[in-house]
Design a protein around this ligand. Structure first.
Ligand code: NAI
Length: 254
């Protein structure tokens, strides 16, 4: 029986993964702003510290894995909230729980998005995130739009993961990311209903090569594998689970 901690386990992809893991007998410590074993608002430094402290108290002997799944959609406001939850909270919780995961030679899994490659690594918002300057990143993103905030935060977190893979592996932590396409969750529903972004989301969905939209289980199935012993040599990977959209958009890059 494995012991995992995760953020964003209350709804959507996180809730599905939590259910899959507990159904087979694993234990999951769920950190969320809505409901869970540890209630914390990850947009704030206090909330991140409470999340790390809460998980540490519940898992003194270490974790087999930590899944950073909590995220906000491009329609969230203010835009700085997206940077805080999708990037800075992920870095803070992964760093804060690294030693607990290393105790069991476990794995960290970050939930990015297939929108991440739509942003350049040189974008000023992305570089401010990667510089670890939360105030500068939040100020930079307020002058942009929801797409930049969302895709930029997801681009930055993958770059952060890749830059830290060697140090984490040497410390005994296998770190990876999953990049879902549009998935039927409350987050996606909120974007579909948005006046500004709803139509472009519907157009994007219509272009998915494999057709349709992912169900949370499509993403959780892959995440469960990436966390498992069977994926023991998977390290530093970004696994696109998006019905072929990323391959369609940038077929020569991988
Ligand atoms: P969701 O809205 O169902 O779940 C997000 C979870 O994060 C919720 O449980 C929510 O309470 C929690 N959360 C939000 N703000 C928080 C905060 N300040 N502190 C603590 N917890 C907070 O969304 P979904 O779709 O399941 O998203 C999960 C992850 O997947 C997110 O990182 C999202 O960006 C990513 N993703 C989702 C896609 C989709 O189409 N649904 C596509 C690509 C990536």
């Amino acid at each position: 029986m494995a012991l995992y901690a995760m953020t964003g386990g209350a709804t959507g992809i996180g809730a599905e993964l939590r259910q899959q893991l507990t159904a087979r007998g694993d234990q999951v410590i769920s950190v969320d702003i809505k409901e869970g074993d540890v209630i914390a608002d990850l947009s704030t430094a206090e909330g991140r510290a409470a999340a790390v402290a809460g998980v540490t108290e519940l898992a003194p002997d270490g974790l087999d894995g930590f899944i950073a799944c909590a995220g906000l959609p491009p329609i969230a406001r203010p835009l700085s909230l997206i940077a805080q939850v999708n990037y800075f909270a992920v870095v803070a919780t992964v760093e804060g729980l690294k030693d607990l995961v290393a105790k069991r030679r476990g794995s960290v899994l970050i939930v990015s998005s297939n929108s991440a490659p739509m942003m350049s690594a040189d974008d000023p918002f992305v570089t401010a995130c990667l510089a670890g300057d939360e105030a500068a990143a939040c100020a930079a993103v307020e002058e942009r739009d929801g797409h930049v905030a969302y895709a930029g935060s997801k681009r930055a977190i993958v770059a952060w993961m890749r830059r830290n893979v060697v140090a984490y592996a040497k410390a005994g932590v296998r770190m990876n990311a999953v990049a879902p396409g549009i998935t039927q969750t409350p987050l996606a529903e909120s974007v579909f209903e948005d006046e500004e972004l709803g139509q472009s989301m519907r157009d994007f969905q219509a272009s998915v090569p494999w057709g349709g939209m992912a169900k949370p289980a499509h993403i959780a199935n892959v995440m469960r594998f990436m966390l498992s012993e069977e994926a023991d040599f998977v390290c530093g990977s970004v696994f696109f689970v998006d019905g072929g959209s990323d391959a369609m958009m940038r077929n020569d890059q991988f």
